[in-house]
Design a protein around this ligand. Structure first.
Ligand SMILES: [Zn+2]
Length: 316
């Protein structure tokens, strides 16, 4: 390089500057290309974000969508096929009334299902179930039904008994009554079809046409179920008769508390247009705890109204 001329050095500087310009232009092109590439990649995302923010929020939507009914999947399952629920099937198989009420979610839910026609498996004429409705229009089925087992409670004034499920509930009721108001005792419980033949005949003999307000015809008595208990009030002096119960502390206690033990006062005063019977404050009917609770909570006075059945003031 020592030997290079002045002109030669000037030419070398020009070449160097030219190379630097070329490199700068190339860098500029590269930078622009990179920028465009980045934009090409990012632009759809940016556009998407813009689109997303352009979607109206739920509250901005027209009221039509908001007014559409919400899906009711669970309610449909609960109300349309309760009889297919495994707990219901098992309770029916075992004839376990308490389990059946529980499987329906309580007495009121069971009642509603029956009223809605959604529970064909809950038959109101099945004598095995404690809520079976027997009245002047609804004879027992079969008409000569007899419970499999009848047992005598400790508190009784005659050789009388109740069906097993009612008996256990009667023992609890009698214990609670003794504590709350005074002793009660079973005066009449299960009566067979044949017994009712003579009971009714005796009433007809004594009262003629008035017998039907006091005694059921054979096959139409709750006593034949073994689920009805005619009770008397007892004291230190002994036990009274059934016609006195309404005026005793025990009678008042029963009207207010029998439901707690699965019993209802079946024939209340002023309800004969529905039941066909005069007031019988001594005649208790076992319907099961869950049903009795719903009956009390709903303020019902007859089993017919409770299950939406026709009034039964007279025989057909
Ligand atoms: Zn009775």
């Amino acid at each position: 390089m020592e030997t290079m001329s002045h002109a030669g050095r000037a030419a070398a500087r020009r070449r160097l500057r030219a190379r630097r310009r070329v490199r700068a232009v190339a860098l500029l092109i590269l930078a622009v290309a990179l920028g465009m590439g980045a934009f090409a990649v990012l632009s759809p995302l940016l556009a998407g974000a813009e689109k997303a923010s352009a979607v109206p929020s739920l509250v901005d939507q027209p009221p039509v969508a908001a007014a559409l009914p919400a899906p009711r999947v669970e309610q449909v399952e609960a109300s349309e096929a309760p009889c297919e629920a495994p707990e219901v099937v098992a309770a029916l198989r075992d004839s376990d009334a308490d389990a059946l009420v529980a499987a329906f979610g309580g007495g009121e839910s069971l009642r509603q299902a029956v009223l809605d026609g959604a529970a064909p498996c809950v038959r109101l004429d099945d004598p095995a179930m404690p809520w079976v409705v027997v009245n002047k229009l609804r004879p027992l089925d079969p008409i000569d039904y007899a419970p499999r087992e009848v047992r005598r409670p400790a508190a009784r004034v005659a050789d009388v008994g109740l069906r097993a499920d009612a008996l256990a509930a009667f023992e609890r009721l009698a214990d609670a009554a003794a504590e709350g108001a005074g002793r009660i005792a079973l005066y009449s419980g299960y009566r067979s079809y044949d017994t009712q033949v003579s009971t009714y005949a005796a009433q007809v003999g004594a009262r003629g046409g008035g017998a039907d307000a006091l005694s059921a015809r054979p096959g139409h008595s709750e006593h034949q179920l073994g689920l009805a208990a005619d009770v008397v009030a007892c004291g230190a002096w002994g036990c009274g008769d059934i016609y006195e119960v309404g005026g005793t502390a025990q009678g008042r206690w029963l009207a207010e508390n029998a439901w707690r033990y699965g019993w209802i006062v079946r024939y209340e005063a002023g309800r004969s247009v529905t039941t066909g019977y005069d007031a019988e404050p001594w005649h208790l009917r076992y319907v099961g705890r869950g049903i009795a609770e719903a009956y009390q909570a709903g303020g019902f006075h007859t089993l017919e109204e409770f299950f939406g059945l026709p009034a039964a003031p007279d025989y057909d």
